[in-house]
Ligand binder design. Structure first.
Ligand code: KIV
Ligand code: ZN
Length: 397
């Protein structure tokens, strides 16, 4: 476990709200079984996630059962259930999280003109009334209520401030301002949080939260910008799974704050050595492959093939790595043998495999290796073994 919470830290604490089981599971093809959801929830709790959004209880009986079961078994993290701004949704979410040690209802309503006009067909005043009614209902069920203004980043700031003020007055303890369609830039998103927190008179009664989608590949950058703007909760998913292009990736936010604590002095309670295990668990539960070059948990995140990089890595690990593989639960750096590898890496590989070759033998084996690497996409240890054995056999003839 991370030591956050046990030691005095000069850094501000940022809460990690994981929505792998709700927004993540909502994307096409990512459905998980009941048992898989429990396994993922246990893993999230173990790694130090502060809030687990376990599902959307009104969506189906299966979702309700999963949220209830997770609420009943998780002892450390807060367990949240999602609800639209509809009385029946809120009642169902309240019922599902009832047995949690720390229950939360997360209710949301759209605030942007495009959503109000075309999706909800409601006026701004009507939506403010809905916010008061639904947040009050949720607060009568649980102490911990999160309110989200859906499509906040396309909402005029004056109206967004009125909506936030209304939600806090009705008892919301967390205010989430989502970039629902992944439209914001980091500067805009940072400024939005700053403006809302400055302008809403009762803003200091709530924790502000960021929730970013990755349609322009900016979800993590926007989440970090929101923290700079005053957000102290970030909503994210393992491997960045989620609607359309996905949500902000938990592992990337956590490691960006860890590695660049010099310029972003914020702590999370996450034990990063669980990141790789969590990535594999989620990928296998929802049958979503992790892209090879995915930051932090991709198969190539700690692999080096180019000769120059391999040479540097053999001399000093920090020449081409900004964090250790062990810090995110990866066993070791891999120097992948391929056509870009140089002599130094080839020699080191042979030593690791138990071979000691003289200079001429090494040169000969290296030439054969380069020729093979030009023909083959992947050169495995067995290929090198065969090549060296052949090389040694010809030397004895
Ligand atoms: O993207 C979004 O706006 C959401 C809300 C339900 C918070 O997922
Ligand atoms: Zn979302």
């Amino acid at each position: 476990m991370s030591n956050a919470g046990n030691t005095v830290s000069a850094k501000d604490r940022v809460l990690i709200f994981d929505t792998t089981l709700r927004d993540g599971e909502q994307c096409p093809g990512a459905t998980m079984t009941f048992e898989e959801k429990l396994e993922v929830a246990d893993m999230l709790d173990m790694m130090g996630v502060d809030i687990i959004e376990a599902g959307f209880p009104i969506a189906s009986d299966g979702d309700f059962e999963a949220v209830s079961a997770i609420a009943g078994r998780i002892k450390r993290a807060t367990v949240a259930g999602l609800a639209r701004a509809i009385s029946a949704d809120i009642a169902r979410a309240g019922e599902a999280v009832r047995h949690a040690a720390r229950p939360r209802i997360h209710t949301f309503v759209s605030t942007s003109p495009i959503h109000l006009q075309h999706q909800m067909r409601k006026s701004e005043e009507e939506v403010l009334e809905i916010i008061t009614r639904t947040v009050t209902q949720a607060r009568n069920l649980v102490e911990d209520v999160e309110w989200s203004g859906m499509d906040a980043t396309r909402t005029p700031i004056d109206y967004l401030c009125r909506a936030v003020e209304t939600a806090i007055k009705a008892g919301a303890t967390t205010i989430n301002l989502p970039d629902t369609v992944g439209y914001a830039t980091p500067d805009e998103y940072r400024a939005m949080f700053k403006a809302v927190r400055e302008r809403v008179p009762n803003a200091d009664r709530a924790i502000f939260s960021a929730h970013c989608h990755n349609d322009l590949g900016l979800a993590v950058a926007n989440s970090l910008a929101a923290i700079e703007g005053g957000a102290r909760q970030v909503e994210c998913t393992i491997n960045g799974i989620g609607e359309r292009a996905g949500n902000a990736a938990l592992e990337e936010i956590v490691m960006a704050l860890r590695v660049r604590g010099d310029v972003m002095p914020y702590d999370t309670g996450i034990d990063a050595t669980y990141l790789m295990r969590a990535s594999k668990a989620v990928s296998s539960a929802c049958s979503f492959p992790v892209q090879y070059n995915k930051a932090i948990v991709g198969r190539n995140a700690f692999a080096h093939e180019s000769g120059i990089h391999q040479d540097g890595m053999l001399k000093h690990q920090q020449t081409y790595e900004i964090m250790t593989p062990a810090s995110v639960g990866v066993t070791k750096t891999s120097l992948v043998m391929g056509k870009h590898s140089g002599r130094a890496a080839f020699r080191s590989k042979l030593t690791e495999m138990g071979y000691t070759l003289g200079d001429n033998q090494l040169e000969d084996a290296f030439t054969r290796f380069k020729a093979l690497a030009d023909r083959k996409k992947h050169v495995y240890d067995e290929d090198i073994e065969a090549l060296v054995d052949e090389n040694l056999a010809t030397a004895h003839d």
